[in-house]
Write a protein that binds this ligand. Structure first.
Ligand code: ADP
Length: 480
């Protein structure tokens, strides 16, 4: 089977997509399914090519020579599209130094899809996939190329990791990318007059999945579908939600090298040592009577962090502290730096992307705040559960599917793992923070919730089996 995607942990990561692409093939391998992962050869991956094996050459792939190489690294079988004119660029894989989309992103990811479709149809080095699983808009044109080839193709499944990223380009790009005019219709690749890579993927693949059951339902609504709700409703019978998991080896509080004091559900007191280190790193005061909250996030409007900025006086007033690690919108970056100055000792902000620090924050915080306006699945609440760092989350998408709210019924049943709030407003967030602080003042209740959280299965086994079941229906001719 072939995965086609634009990022993959640990090589190149801008968000949760990378974690999924890095983890699922390894779980599928344990279940007996061999996966090759096709990725662009960004600078972080070109060193693997030197030891790899070239399986195809192109004299002119969207403006320059290219080749496809096979390599093996980090337990993954990789197919790397080495096209220096498209992918050999410093910095963010999607954006230039000024934070704007690279102007040739349609050529870059159109090339990935084109070569991906070719490998799907004709194979590479004697290997041919029985199924192709594409991810997000960057691979969205694959089924369009498969369809217009006129050849019998293996089934294609698309996973939408975030519908807000659609890959929209001028209609004229169709000619440049060799997309048949016949596919450029409102039922096909056209999104309100533009070429939509994700739209094409949804229109022409055999099955569509997204990363949680609640988000699969939300996507059919105008508030969440962002203009794609119509085509998703049309494809409703082929749409399902399969929850993301996390890599239990990488995210393990018992063995995590980023923690100063690794711990288990039986040695929870050791978490305090991590908290002390976190307080030091973020210049925060200690206060055993109120929780230390953290945020680990892209700083964008999606994540609802404007609401958090609004309620900071309430958080600080309750004696709680906040450590923020993130990067993204310059306005949010500046606002959190300013908040740290306004509330010294209570709010700390580190702007940037820092994988080890994100682990330490999961290990040392009491609770993680995720007030997202929409969240397809969300991974940081899953890491939080695993590390006994209770998630305080908006009731949306995968957050709704993975956290058990500490309401009266759940408290009586003794199964709560976090706090949920709705609607996604500053007032509801403030109330949720207040509730969290109250629970924190009851150590035995808090400890019970930590243990519940740490006991929740958040690995890939169950979801990988759901993917396998879906693959089986597709390859055994089970689909229409
Ligand atoms: P999204 O994919 O929308 O960004 P997710 O919660 O699904 O949100 O995944 C985000 C991933 O990126 C998580 O692995 C999280 O730990 C990581 N992450 C986000 N921001 C940072 C940061 N500034 N430093 C380190 N890791 C980060």
């Amino acid at each position: 089977m072939l995965f086609i995607a634009s990022e993959c942990a640990p090589f190149v990561k801008t968000g949760g997509l990378a974690d999924v692409i890095g983890a699922v093939p390894k779980t599928l391998a344990r279940l007996g399914v061999a996966v090759k992962v096709m990725l662009p050869a960004y600078p972080a991956l070109t060193k693997l090519i030197d030891s790899g094996k070239s399986v195809a050459q192109y004299d002119d792939l969207h403006g320059g020579p290219a080749r496809l190489d096979m390599a093996r690294a980090e337990g993954l079988d990789l197919l790397l599209l080495d096209a220096p004119h498209l992918f050999d660029r410093p910095g963010n894989i999607y954006l230039d130094a000024d934070g704007r989309d690279w102007p040739d992103n349609h050529r870059r990811f159109g090339a990935l899809a084109r070569v991906g479709a070719e490998v799907t149809l004709t194979g590479a080095d004697g290997w041919q996939p029985d199924l192709v699983h594409i991810h997000d808009w960057q691979a969205g044109l694959v089924p369009a190329y498969l369809r217009q080839s006129g050849m019998a193709a293996p089934p294609c499944i698309l996973t939408i990791h975030n519908v807000a990223f659609q890959g929209l380009f001028p209609a004229a790009s169709c000619t440049e990318l060799g997309i048949d005019k016949a596919l450029f219709t409102p039922e096909g690749a056209e999104y309100f007059g533009r070429l939509g890579f994700l739209k094409a993927g949804i229109a022409f693949c055999d099955k569509v999945t997204t990363v949680s059951p609640t988000y699969a339902r939300e996507l059919l609504l105008p508030e969440f579908g962002l203009g794609l709700e119509g085509i998703l409703q049309a494809r409703r019978a082929d749409l399902s939600g399969i929850l993301n998991g996390i890599d239990l080896e990488v995210w393990n509080p018992e063995t995590d090298p980023a923690l100063v004091a690794p711990y288990t559900a039986r040695t929870l007191k050791r978490k305090h040592e991590n908290r002390a280190e976190l307080e030091r790193r973020f210049a925060l005061n200690a206060n055993p009577d109120a929780p230390l909250f953290c945020v680990i996030s892209r700083l964008t409007a999606q994540k609802g962090l404007d609401l958090l900025l609004e309620v900071l006086p309430g958080l600080v007033g309750r004696g709680a502290r906040l450590a923020v690690l993130g990067s993204g919108d310059k306005g949010f970056e500046a606002a959190f730096v300013a908040a740290a100055r306004r509330f010294p000792g209570s709010v700390g902000a580190i702007i940037g992307y820092d994988e080890p620090l994100s682990h330490l924050m999961q290990g040392g915080s009491d609770a993680i705040l995720i007030p997202s306006r929409f969240e397809p699945c969300g991974l940081t609440q899953l890491y939080g559960l695993r590390y006994g760092t209770l998630p305080v989350v908006a009731h949306t998408g995968g957050l709704a599917d993975t956290v058990i709210d500490a309401n009266d019924a759940a408290m009586v049943a003794g199964c709560a793992t976090g706090v949920q709030f709705a609607p996604v407003t500053a007032a509801a967030l403030d109330h949720a923070i207040g509730r969290t602080c109250e629970i924190f003042r009851q150590p035995s209740v808090w400890t019970k919730m930590m243990r519940n959280a740490m006991g929740q299965p958040v690995g890939w086994e169950s979801s990988a089996r759901s993917y396998l079941d879906l693959y089986d229906t597709m390859t055994s001719g089970g689909q229409e």
